[in-house]
Design a protein around this ligand. Structure first.
Ligand code: TNX
Length: 517
């Protein structure tokens, strides 16, 4: 209701959906600037063509994806061409001559009666602009089948670029495996909100989910039958499947961040290779949800051979800059051993050309100065992380009581956990990553991430229920300027987004805090 919009000037055919035009400002995450211009609306029609920057394969890919997104609902052919006849209504995706403040991911989107032009410095900006454009079309645009209605986009100009470079989501494949198709579907949904990193938690006590050639039993045993919470989440990614996933995500401008958690959370590895324990005896497989009981054997050279092999193979698989080595909840490792371990392991990540990334406990180690620490602490003071930031450590903000998508919304939520509290949409939205931790300077903040742990989640419908609608809240904190932060505005835009999820069957939580259209 808060989003009531003027009726379209073009009458809809009989039996078509009501003609509405989405306001230029009704986008998640909120754009930096949106200037509506009356009388300049564009109507997508059967003759519309998509023109992409000549000579740019990446721009062409963005154009092809946009066409694939718009064809099913409109039923229009939407050919993708390097040049377009002037007389035809055109959506242009052009590189260069965009303003410098747009950076690598920003874009300028202009809508007038003859067409829509998205300009960006880089293909990532074109991709971001097309995600905005999808939201500016009526929600029926996400229908998998043809809908007869006018497809009008409000006239005006949007200028947009991200607040933070790192905007992430995390999926836990260890507690329950999620298939490549499920992961791809998640990439599709999160990239709509301009999330640009997907962190995959690939190993934990209950399972190991990535093929490692030098230690093959990690995947075949650690990802074999009976693994996962309640033994109900077997599976692993072959290297081929993982590479395919990386490519798929890359075309959505999402970088995959692999995580192998250590020195704790390693029971599955020790079941597969008993030499990774200090006494050489295989522990029983674990399918419960306890944490903090397993540790690699810090004094053993076998441990470092294992760690280096895994890091080397993962780094070779990974085009992105980050390699996450976990480091959380190492309650079965002494403090001295933890420091010994990190002094050897953090530099190993750099040795293989990657930036080390770990949960905020790595800030205890002086070796974390060139690393990224993921802040999952629920406290708003953390002198250890502040001191690390002073040495150069960058921080991704994922405070568990705000950003954890596996926390229940309220006591009645059928899925999820509650150790960090209940997180309704407003709780997920109403905080500022740059000022959240006392004395942690904004300059140390690389961005935000919304982790989704899978102890209670089995399938894609479960993932969707926990991620939506909170993931868009975290995405907005990562992208939109702090000055635009406004709950009432976000709530209204989110309410307007609900029908988009409905129309392509996303199992989102209908939070009572939102008035859903
Ligand atoms: C804590 S947060 C963990 C995970 C659990 C999660 C459940 C963190 C770095 N470690 O092992 O899955 O809580 O919410």
């Amino acid at each position: 209701a808060a989003l009531a919009v003027p009726a379209a000037t073009v009458a809809a055919p009989a039996a078509a959906a009501p003609a509405t035009i989405v306001p230029l400002t009704s986008v998640i995450p909120a754009p930096v600037e949106a200037h509506p211009i009356a009388g300049r609306d564009f109507r997508l029609g059967p003759l519309t063509v998509i023109r992409t920057q000549p000579g740019s394969a990446a721009a062409r890919t963005v154009g092809d994806q946009l066409a694939r997104a718009l064809r099913p609902a409109t039923g229009y052919p939407l050919p993708v061409l390097p040049v377009a006849p002037r007389v035809l209504p055109t959506i242009s995706l052009l590189l260069g001559a965009a303003d410098a403040r747009l950076g690598d991911e920003g874009y300028r989107l202009g809508v007038d009666r003859t067409g829509i032009t998205i300009r960006a410095n880089q293909p990532a900006g074109l991709f971001a602009g097309t995600q905005t454009l999808r939201q500016l079309l009526p929600h029926e645009i996400d229908s998998p089948t043809t809908v007869r209605r006018p497809w009008t986009v409000a006239g005006g100009v949007i200028v947009d670029h991200p607040r933070f470079a790192y905007r992430g989501a995390m999926l836990d494949l260890a507690r329950h495996f999620h298939t490549p198709d499920e992961i791809k579907a998640y990439v599709d949904e999160i990239s709509r909100f301009k999330i640009n990193h997907l962190h995959l938690h690939l190993a934990d006590d209950q399972g190991w989910r990535i093929q490692i050639d030098s230690w093959p039993r990690l995947a075949t045993v650690g990802g074999g039958p009976g693994t996962g919470v309640d033994g109900a989440g077997p599976g692993y990614l072959t290297k081929a499947a993982y590479r395919d996933l990386i490519r798929y995500a890359a075309t959505r401008h999402v970088t995959i961040v692999p995580e192998i958690d250590m020195p704790g959370h390693v029971n599955a590895a020790q079941v597969a290779y008993p030499e990774l324990t200090c006494d050489g005896v295989a522990p029983p497989p674990r399918t419960d949800t306890e944490v903090g009981y397993s540790s690699l054997c810090i004094g053993s050279e076998t441990t470092y051979r294992f760690v280096e092999d895994v890091i080397r193979e993962l780094a070779a698989l990974t085009p992105g800059p980050y390699l996450h080595i976990g480091g959380d909840e190492a309650h079965a490792t002494t403090d001295a051993d933890y420091l010994t371990f990190q002094r050897r392991v953090l530099p190993l990540v750099a040795k293989y050309g990657k930036t080390a990334y770990g949960w905020n406990e790595i800030a205890k180690s002086p070796a974390s100065a060139n690393a990224v620490a993921q802040y999952w602490d629920t406290a708003t003071t953390n002198p250890t992380v502040v001191a690390a930031a002073a040495r150069g450590t960058k921080v991704v903000m994922s405070p568990a009581n705000r950003a954890y998508l596996d926390m229940k919304y309220n006591p009645g939520t059928p899925l999820g956990l509650s150790w960090a509290g209940y997180i309704e949409v407003r709780t997920a939205y109403d905080w500022d990553p740059a000022t959240h931790v006392k004395n942690l300077p904004a300059s140390a903040i690389l961005g935000v991430e919304a982790p989704l742990w899978s102890e209670t989640l089995r399938d894609l419908a479960d993932i969707e229920f926990m991620a939506f609608p909170r993931l868009p809240a975290i995405a907005e904190l990562g992208w939109s300027p702090a000055s635009s932060h406004n709950w009432a505005s976000f709530a209204a835009r989110l309410g307007g987004y609900g029908p988009r999820w409905d129309v392509h069957d996303i199992n989102f939580y209908r939070s009572p805090q939102i008035s859903w259209d």
